[in-house]
Design a protein around this ligand. Structure first.
Ligand SMILES: CC(C)(COP(=O)(O)OP(=O)(O)OC[C@H]1O[C@@H](n2cnc3c(N)ncnc32)[C@H](O)[C@@H]1OP(=O)(O)O)[C@@H](O)C(=O)NCCC(=O)NCCS
Length: 182
């Protein structure tokens, strides 16, 4: 069943076991995209088929789905699913953690995903706002998120929610560089 995002209202609800098919598909796409970016910047030279094989062999989608289900059932984290006509169109998960440096708790946006067919209708904004409301309700005063440097749609979403780039994690290959003599 396909949801008509433009015509029907979006509702927010809890993650259900029945969402497995859709959410696991989203996770599969997201994790491959994520691993593709890391493979490129680390110069690992894996083909798309090898990335795919690694995701399957390590059961990465099941790990993340299990993690989401657990997060949905915990008091210290939240997972919400956006639905249109009962069909899942997006998902957000958030938690809180003690900041290593400031030693205060901060909200963490763990994962945001909108189905490709539903993008551009502010569902990402709705999901991020929902997570931020949950964080404020827990007395948290700040929010952090990790995002791939070339993920412009996600950067635009977070910028629109008032977040700014604070630091940058750099990665690289160790191949083809001169070895230092011990
Ligand atoms: C990132 C994502 C969640 C955005 O969802 P969305 O529902 O399309 O976003 P919205 O419609 O709420 O748009 C929010 C803002 O981002 C901007 N934006 C969204 N997609 C964009 C794109 N492809 N390029 C540039 N800007 C974009 C919008 O213009 C809007 O900006 P505004 O508030 O200044 O008008 C969606 O693209 C997605 O699921 N991507 C794959 C998963 C992913 O990368 N998640 C993030 C992991 S860190």
């Amino acid at each position: 069943m396909r949801a008509s995002v433009a015509k029907s209202p979006v509702s927010l609800g809890l993650l259900e076991h029945e969402d497995a098919l859709v959410v696991r598909r989203w996770l599969g796409v997201f994790l491959r995209q994520h691993n593709r970016a890391w493979v490129n910047v680390r110069g690992l030279g894996w083909s798309d088929a090898e990335i795919d094989a690694q995701v399957v062999a390590t059961d990465l989608v099941t790990d993340h789905w299990t993690w989401l289900l657990r997060a949905a059932g915990r008091d210290s984290s939240m997972v919400r699913v956006a639905r249109v006509d009962g069909v899942p169109v997006g998902c957000v998960s958030a938690s809180a953690r003690l900041d290593d440096y400031l030693r205060t708790h901060t909200g963490v946006l763990d994962w945001v995903y909108v189905d490709p067919s539903a993008r551009g209708h502010r569902i990402g904004t709705l999901l991020v706002d929902t997570a931020r409301t949950w964080m404020r309700g827990r007395g948290l005063r700040s929010v952090v998120v990790n995002v791939l440097a070339d993920n412009e749609p996600a950067m635009a979403l977070y910028r629109s929610a008032g977040l700014a780039v604070a630091d940058v994690r750099m990665m690289g290959s160790l191949q083809g560089t001169d070895d230092v003599k011990a």
